[in-house]
Design a protein around this ligand. Sequence first.
Ligand code: EZ4
Ligand code: CO
Length: 412
Amino acid sequence: MKITHADVIVTSPDRNFVTLKLTTDDGLTGLGDATLNGRELAVVAYLREHIVPLLIGRDAHAIEDTWQFLYRSAYWRRGPVTMAAIAAVDVALWDIKAKAAGMPLYQLLGGASRTGLLAYGHASGKTLDELFDSVRQHQEKGYRAIRVQTGVPGLKSIYGIASNATFEANTGVRYDHEPAQRGALPAEEDWDTRSYLRHVPTVFEAVRNEFGPELPLLHDGHHRMTPIQAAQLGKSLEPYDLFWLEDVTPAENPEALRLVRQHTTTPLAIGEIFNTVWDYQQIIREQLIDYVRSAVTHTGGITHLKRVLEYAAQYQIKSGMHGPTDISPVGMAAAMHLGLSIHNFGIQEYMQHGDKTNSVFEQSFTWSNGLLHPGNKPGLGVDLNVDEAGKYPYETAYLPYNRLADGTVHDW
Ligand code: EZ4
Ligand code: CO
């Protein structure tokens, strides 16, 4: 079975998505997500200029060989652009193989290890009242685990808060929370770590008092703290029993997490911006984290993320795959098939896409009792409606960035 066509489809229903569609001489098609938020066209060029020409005529069944060929023959390894492009090819080939086998993909990955995937959504609020409403809305939507992000007194606009007025005005969609904004320049947000560290524990105390001890609560520090600040935060949140505390430090420096670990038993999650097993090697071996945050889309596809998660399993570290709205329905489906099949599944992030996105991507997953399931159609279970996709051309959009009060650029 040979690959005869490879099309890179860019569409912007609600937000930008990049999808690779492979077609074989048997007439089977496979989809892969290659969306890299705010840098989408770099992956488009990488695919169109450098990968598509290599794929035509290749054996569509040779998934491992194609992965190794694309990774090693480039000479220039790793990095988000390369690994998103390889991921798209890998997932599209798994989609094709599963369709050829007449099975949902999770069956080829070893079969279901559970009935469904516990998923968490993003509650947020500038004030406690707004936050409590948002938590309740998420419970009404069926969520049984909830991420809590809060405004900080004195800071106007910060990561994780849903009231993204520009985004809502431009799209009519309220994503809880979509940080990328359409426009020629990135939005500027403000930041003050000391105010944040003082305020966050008071919010978790209030949320625990309101919603009780059972509800799993998560929080994202979004790469903003120094190691000692991260240690302080982990310690101050211990009474509120978090499911995890995410991205406490930028983590380019894995040793930073040793210091955090010495000081807190709050579980740690990291890795949404990592893209290979090499980024994780030390932090898994030294057991510096509890959850792997990588998305299939950004970590070389199912072939490579499965390798990372099998390594993690040896250390009782579990999956916590990234699932914001910038992971397309194709990327989400890949995550669900992988999550259903592995033994060390932890939790799946699930933010829910908007109506336009759902009209472009026809999906077969289910969401009930707080659990996701990828469905039982052969392959990934996602089709791309090319006519609908064509209605929404690419629009420039950037993630925001941070400045401190004195004007210094800070990690976002
Ligand atoms: O900022 O997906 O845990 N989720 C996150 C996300 C990321 C965006 C970046 O594209 O940190 O909201
Ligand atoms: Co995150």
